[in-house]
Design a binder for this molecule. Structure first.
Ligand code: 5GP
Ligand code: ZN
Length: 119
């Protein structure tokens, strides 16, 4: 496992293929796979291959990685057929944000109308 991944991190292990997942899209910097507990017809997680703990740990050096996450999100939306009707991208941060896996990830959620504000 490359140095920038963490042995005990669920999403590091998923992106490396050590734990099975249902892939949707990927490139050199990112991996997108279906959420195990979907909240909508489309619920895909987009993660950087490199371990970044959460949004607050993103640094200027991560710019290419964040851009790749945005690009992969666009690809996921197009492939899943939600680009035209619209979808939501969610980043949970910390305890109040509801983060449960400590590896930066975008939730890409769609396939039905979504209420606002959330909860
Ligand atoms: P968070 O709550 O950290 O923003 O989101 C973590 C997401 O990871 C949750 O939506 C949860 O359903 C999903 N998840 C947790 N464990 C697994 C797993 O083993 N495989 C997949 N595909 N998704 C997972
Ligand atoms: Zn990780």
């Amino acid at each position: 496992m490359p140095e920038e991944t963490e042995r005990d991190c669920l999403f590091c292990r998923i992106q490396a293929g050590d734990i099975p997942s249902d892939p949707v899209a990927q490139d050199d910097l990112t991996y997108a796979f279906r959420d195990i507990n979907p909240v909508a017809p489309v619920h895909v997680l987009v993660v950087p291959r490199q371990h970044v703990g959460h949004l607050g740990a993103v640094e200027p050096d991560h710019a290419p990685l964040v851009a790749a996450m945005v690009r992969t999100t666009q690809v996921v939306a197009a492939q899943e057929g939600v680009a035209d009707d619209g979808y939501r991208v969610v980043i949970n941060v910390g305890r109040h944000g509801g983060m449960t896996v400590d590896h930066l990830h975008f939730h890409v959620i769609g396939g039905r109308p979504l209420r606002w504000p959330p909860e």
